[in-house]
Write a protein that binds this ligand. Sequence first.
Ligand SMILES: [Zn+2]
Length: 275
Amino acid sequence: MSVRASDLKNNVYVAKQLALTVESGRVVHAFAFIGGSAEDRAEIGSWLAQYLLCSSPDQGPCGECLSCRKFAHQNHEDFIRIGKQDGKESIVKDQILELIDRLSFKPFGGRYAVLIEDAQLMNAVTQNKLLKTLEEPVSEAVMILLSETADGLLPTVLSRCSCYYLESSEADTFGKDADAARAYAKLIAEGAPFYRKKAELADIISDKDGGRARALAFLDVLEDELRKDAVAGAGRGAGNTDRQTNAIRQAELCRRYLKQLHSVGFTLKHMCLRV
Ligand SMILES: [Zn+2]
């Protein structure tokens, strides 16, 4: 079964941003996930690794292709997981040297996905070894670093990565936005004015970093609600569903604009005016 960004337990917005990156085909050579809980970092890190290896991705790994099945059985040839070994306190230099050696061979499929857990456990010497691969990236390898804090990584390492800061409270933001989407669906049903609908979106519009991903998640919930309302409205007779049908169309248009990287504020306000 496919695992889409919205199916993750936490960090749905970060995952949605990642999905935009992966689907656009402009994948960077290194990602760093910093902060949050160890469980959150592991979840999003391995989700991204599986996504990058999947042969028919659609907003996430498909879960069905050969690559996804190998990943699930933990025997994917191109997935390399590095963590602290039993009895050791840190990730040691030899582990990184082994990695560099392995990356000098072609991957089995399209690319390697390398997940480095507890990257903050590498000392400066080890991180400098890793830095070489980050500075002269092998085209077929994507590195994913998980770290408890940003301080645990050398600035030179961080600067080579596309960094995502995880928040443990993010699940709450998602819940709050889902509530706003439900409230918005009610306002549509009532035919409420522009300013009341815009108020439900103010928080997302003012979020400079996560606004786009949050807006996409908002639209997902909104559309679900509208479809439910349309079905209920159809039961009450003709005419009740027109508002919802029009709103679903506008929400889809809005989603397309967001994916084409139109301004988040402009796109959402435009939707408030139309529905
Ligand atoms: Zn797949």
